[in-house]
Design a protein around this ligand. Sequence first.
Ligand code: ADP
Ligand code: ZN
Ligand code: MG
Length: 485
Amino acid sequence: MEVQERRTYTAVIGLEFHVHLATTTKMFCGCRVTYGEPPNTHTCPVCLGHPGALPVTNEKAVELGVMAGLALNCDVAERVVFARKNYFYPDLPKGYQISQYDEPICTGGHLDVLTSEGRIRVGITRLHLEEDAAKNVHVGTSGRMHGSVGSLIDFNRGGTPLMEIVTEPDIPSPEAARATANQLKEILRAVGVSEADMEKGQLRCDANVSIRNPDGSFGTKTELKNMNSFRFVERGLVRELERQREILESGGRVEQTTLHYDPETDEVHELRSKEYAHDYRYFPEPDLLPLELSPAYVRELGAQLPELPDQMLARFTRQYGLSEYDAGVLTADRDLAAFYEAVAAEVDPKQASNWISGDLRALLNETGMDISDSRVTPGHMIELIELVGSGKVSRSAARTVLGKVFETGDSPSAVVEREGLASVGSDELSGVVDEAISANPDEAERVRNGDKKVVGFLVGQVMKATRGNADGGRVRELLMEKLGS
Ligand code: ADP
Ligand code: ZN
Ligand code: MG
């Protein structure tokens, strides 16, 4: 029989983000940036694209772009040129979008991301500023263009400041893509560049994905467009990698296309390629002077950056004596980090880390909740850790208690009381240990004769008798004492 060498399928992923900047006014006019207001109530000749109306660059948007770039370890350009990106679409009244092309505001950065396979570094190719298009509202049953009876345009969104961030194709898996997106979101929020609320469409993500050729070179990529949830980014990539793999396994070739992932059916559909034809005929925007960003200006903005996730991670290892892994888990989510710090201020920081990055995070993951939605407060966590520390609740019972606190929002002591989860007192425990010894004379004898392996069995009997409400280590000690071993 012929032995065929098995091909490995290695994913290559690069992400592109569009982020709404947290400015009060639009990119090139004074109209307010709003969400959910009546259509076409925040417009002017500039953002409606009337002929002859002149754009003026929003200084705050430039400032936020520089700060985002610095937070992502980028080089900030001293000279930035705006460019016209020409295309026709009803949501773009000028017939071009003002963007940046070959002289973007920031280049060459990176961000470090914690994945289940360790930390990876994802290069940031570029970051640039542009204006958003208006919003098409498709009228009809589904709200999508397909099957609608007509389209209306809301220019409130037209001209709002947008930042595009492009990563290098450094991301090795769908899970890592989701972690990268999350990490980016945390950084943008920390810096105050954007609220990055995905439900409001303030952060959108396109994912480029391919499978490496057997010789290690890049394969043909496809692009999943416009995903507004990181969970869908991950699922869409899993699905698309499956599709590409099936094509390759059946001897076919992947075509470079643009796709849409439908989370409802878990399928990818091809978008009409014409809509995304890349012939924008960029040229420099004649109505705007290039931006000049002096090193002093950039330094000044750099000094205003808050503590970033990387720096926080380093501080957590130093200040609380945590492993890099635990510190990474806690600082990957700013709210979780704040929760942790509130708890670690009151109890042993390592215990706090074990409970929060372990048990509590597992509960959050299971339910798909964020710490901010959870009913568990830092006060609850402190109380729980103190109950364990003082021996009032065993470690295993405390897990049950946490589960109930998580469900109900009741305090740990109330749960302990209600569910009868208090540890068995030491006199009582001594009695239970004695009973276990007399009920199992053969095993007890073997322990007396030095057979340590049997101790575990007796510990188990005691734990069973106390319904787990005893400290396993203490039970073992008591058994050894009593059996003189
Ligand atoms: P395009 O010319 O299609 O815009 P770019 O080279 O500018 O392609 O890259 C766009 C995005 O695609 C970037 O995020 C980049 O990291 C990613 N990318 C480039 N090549 C690949 C590839 N072979 N597989 C996956 N992603 C890729
Ligand atoms: Zn306007
Ligand atoms: Mg490109």
